[in-house]
Each structure stands twice: as C-alpha cells, then as structure tokens.
Design a protein around this ligand. Structure first.
Ligand code: SAH
Length: 396
C-alpha cells in the first residue's frame, strides 16, 4: 500500500480537470509513510481515488502520473506505455529519423503526462533529465522502458539529472551513462537536413536547444542575401540555417567561449565558414559597438525570469535588449526576438517589444508570432507548460 493524501473539500476540482499538480495547501491529511520521491495515492475528501503521483515536500506536493479511480501504482508496463505514446507522437510528426531529422524531444514533462521528466533524443542516444526526486528514483524503470520502446535505435542513455534534480533529494547525484558509454567521438545529428555536433556531456541543458527547430526553419526562409546577426547563439542553430539558406554574412555572439567553439564547429560543418564570424562577447556590449549593420537580427536570450517575483525586472531586461537590437537593424530589416521565461506571457512580451520599438524610434510590424514546436506539446489541462514565445518584426 502506498501512502495516501486526502484533499480538503472542494480541492479535488483541478485534479478532476486533469491538472497535474497538487499544491500543499490543498491537503487535509496524510496517511502512511509519505517520502519525497515515492508514489502516493491522492483521495478526494469523500475518499474517492483521484489518481497517483510523485510526492515532494514544498509548494507542489504531488506531480500526478495517472488519474481516476482505476489509477494504479506505476509498474514497468506503465512506463513503457507512457514512453510508447510519446514516441508514437514523434513518429507521426516525422521527427524520429526517417526523414532528415533525428534530434527531437521524446518526453516534454507535463506535455507528455510525465511531470518532472525530460528526455531528448540525439540520433542513437537518449539524454534523460529528472527535475523531481520521483523521476530521479524512477530512472531504472525509465531506462528499461526506453530500451523496450526504442529497441535497436538506442545505443546509449545518458542521465543528466545532477543539475536538475532538487539537491536536497539527491545530494550525491552525478551525471553518467545508464546504458552504453561515451564513444569519445564527435556526435553529429541532423535537423531539417542541417548537421550539428552535439555534446550532451558538457553542453548546456541536454546539449542542444531543440525547441527552436521550427523557428530556425522560418529564419531560413528570410535569410537569403541578408546580413544576419545571431545573438545568444549557443551552438549556432540559427547561424547554420542562415548560412545554408544563402545569407550574405552571419555573425554569431555568445558570452561563453565554449559556445563559440561549438558554433564555429557547426559553421564548419556547413562548408560555408568563410561567411561566418563568431564573437565571444557580452551581447549588450557587442550591440553598443555596432551601427545599422544587419538586415536580420536574432535575440534569443536565456530566461530573464525564472520566478514570478523576477517578472518585472525581466520585462525591463527584454525591453533594454530589444532597444539595443532594433537600433542595429537596417531599414526594412527583420527582428526575430524571443523569450523563454514561462512567467512572461505573450501579451506581456509584446508590450515590452512595443515599448522597445518606441524607445528606439523605429516603426515596426508583427509578421509572425512564434512558439515551441510540436515535440514540446502543452497539455490543454496544464497551460503553464507553454514557455517559448517569439515575434518576427519588420522594422522600418
Ligand atoms: N539560440 C540558442 C540558444 C540560446 S541559450 C540556440 O538556438 O541554440 C542562451 C545563450 O545565451 C547561452 O549560450 C549563454 O551562454 C548565452 N548568454 C547568456 N547571457 C549572455 C550575455 N549577456 N551575452 C552573450 N551571451 C549570453
């Protein structure tokens, strides 16, 4: 028998609408041994089973894995079914290697009914990131399910949870292989026919920002003949698409030296590195030195706000960055501007960009509103899963 949590009267409504979080304030009482990372059963005030989930102390007390009166403790078959569902969706989206893409997000946490779990696939390697103690403890089951679902297509599983699992729950967590081992060789993946070297062992996040795939493809449409600036370039995703689409020149900027090395390597893989220049520099200081030089600028900073309390400062940050960027766009140029802060809505982001255009003194029109791609799905019952937003502006 797992431990059980009984909710206060009326607090069952959000679970009945399949929202996957139980907040600690909704709990009336706990029975049995309630341990961080273990599966608990959640009951309505009248004793009816609402579902099962991973328990954690803190504001989000339970992350739900299954709903309803029939919900059972997750076993090997449960994990296999969940991962199979996720894989079949990506297959239907044409992302699993049959076309010209073999890098994709296999599991997007709540968007795939698995709160706290991220799995990104790079060719024959799956990179697992647990963001909760429950998912961290479940890694052996997850690894077995991955092998069952991906079969021969899977050579290695790399666990990269050390930076993401709550430190108190797993103080000794270390990254490492759950299956296979390091090949010691460069690993090149393909996205829309563009080749990228990905280093999941030392790179940021799981090694590559898969979530910009569709937006990179859109940029390729507008890049031919243009002078392109890609700021916060990380591994040069937008730069590679711009080069291969026939940009006149591409400049990439990132404050991390390692990121610039990766960008240069990926530019080299296009064979068009003569048109590319990369700068290991702070974006704000880089933009200060330039004047009206670019026909297309990408601004894709890291999340400026990780919590609601930081939202106001984040909006000021987006405005300041976009003022500086817009000033460097030649008349008639394009701005691709993004925010990956979950707490900043599209509406607020648009307001910040409008304020930036006014301050820069440049009329601008919205051509596209952008978001995260289909392998980062958002559960209708959990709108908080939407985080990436972007605008493409024509700047006069
Ligand atoms: N656009 C990238 C992802 C960007 S991630 C892609 O498509 O893959 C954010 C990047 O911003 C990181 O690589 C980080 O090193 C860089 N960064 C953060 N602050 C910066 C700053 N002030 N100036 C330049 N780069 C910065």
């Amino acid at each position: 028998m797992s431990a059980t949590l009984t909710l206060k009267p009326g607090k069952d409504q959000s679970l009945r609408r399949l929202h996957p979080w139980v907040f600690s304030g909704a709990i009336a009482r706990m029975q049995g041994e309630v341990v961080e990372g273990e599966v608990v059963s959640v009951l309505a005030a009248n004793g009816e089973l609402l579902g099962v989930g991973h328990y954690a102390p803190g504001s989000i007390a339970v992350r739900m894995l299954d709903f309803g009166t029939e919900a059972q403790l997750p076993d090997a078959a449960f994990w296999e079914q969940k991962l199979r569902n996720a894989y079949q969706l990506r297959q239907r989206l044409g992302l699993t290697g049959t076309g010209n893409t073999n890098v994709y997000r296999l599991v997007h946490a709540e968007g795939d009914g698995l709160p706290g779990l991220i799995i990104d696939v790079y060719g024959d390697t799956a990179v697992v990131q647990a963001h909760s103690a429950g998912m961290y403890k479940a890694r052996p089951l997850i690894a077995a399910a991955l092998q069952a679902v991906l079969g021969e297509n899977l050579r290695a599983i790399y666990d990269k949870s050390a930076e993401t699992v709550p430190a108190k729950a797993a103080p000794d967590a270390q990254n490492g292989y759950l299956l296979g081992e390091s090949t010691g060789q460069e690993h090149v993946v393909e996205e829309n026919g563009h080749r990228f070297a990905v280093d999941w062992e030392t790179g940021q996040k799981t090694g590559f920002f898969i979530d910009q795939r569709d937006n990179r493809a859109l940029l390729a449409r507008y890049a031919p003949g243009r002078r392109v600036l890609n700021t916060f370039c990380y591994t040069g995703g937008f730069s590679v698409y711009a080069l291969q689409a026939g940009a006149e020149l591409v400049h990439s900027v990132d404050s991390s030296k390692k990121a610039i090395e990766l960008t240069n390597r990926n530019a080299e893989l296009t064979g068009l590195q003569d048109k590319h220049e990369a700068y290991a520099q702070d974006v704000f200081s880089f933009l200060k030195d330039r004047h009206n030089q670019y026909d297309l600028i990408v601004l894709d900073p890291p999340a400026f706000a990780k919590h609601l309390s930081a939202r106001h400062n984040a909006l000021m940050g987006y405005k300041r960055l976009n003022v500086a960027g817009i000033k460097q766009i030649a008349p008639g140029g394009l701005l691709f501007t993004f925010s990956c802060s979950q707490v900043v809505s599209m509406e607020l982001f648009e307001g910040a960009i409008m304020a930036a255009a006014i301050e820069a003194g440049r009329p601008a029109r919205i051509l596209h509103r952008l978001t995260q791609p289909a392998d980062h799905p958002v559960s209708l019952f959990h709108p908080e899963g939407e985080y990436l937003k972007g605008l493409v502006l024509a700047v006069d």
